[in-house]
Design a protein around this ligand. Structure first.
Ligand code: HEC
Length: 109
């Protein structure tokens, strides 16, 4: 029994480095950005692609506060600068996809 407790505590430490990245993604999901921009900011019919390489934070925040089209505005009362920073950090951490010719399943010959 005791050994299981030790393993669970060790597991907590092992996954601690990922906790921050997870919470960045959590804020993105919590505010529904994924509903239009996709789970990893890849874009959809309802919203532009946001990642990889999102806009610089200042421009990013300007658009979220005062969108120019059909996107709903998120005021600082609803979505604080701190939380918006977390969303931006999450999107900034999304890696570039692999080159198409590096994906074996997509090779026709
Ligand atoms: C209801 C759908 C919808 C939701 C929800 C939504 N967006 Fe958007 N977003 C859009 C659309 C559509 C655009 C294109 C501009 C427009 O029409 O307003 C856009 C544009 C943007 C842009 C500008 C992209 C560019 O390259 O010009 C950013 C940044 C952005 N959204 C971030 C967010 C964030 C962060 C959230 C969550 C807090 C969010 N959006 C939630 C639909 C949405």
């Amino acid at each position: 029994m005791r050994i299981y407790k030790i393993f669970s505590i060790l597991a907590l430490f092992a996954f601690a480095p990922f906790a921050h990245a997870q919470s960045d993604g959590h804020t993105y999901l919590q505010f529904g950005c994924d509903q239009c921009h996709g789970r990893v900011g890849q874009g959809s019919g309802a919203g532009l692609r946001l990642a990889p390489a999102p806009l610089e934070f200042e421009d990013f925040a300007d658009i979220v506060r005062r969108p120019y089209g059909v996107m709903p505005a998120y005021s600082p009362k609803v979505l604080s600068d701190e939380k918006l920073g977390r969303i931006h950090a999450y999107l900034s951490g999304i890696p570039e996809p692999p080159a198409l010719d590096a994906i074996p399943l997509l090779q026709l010959d």
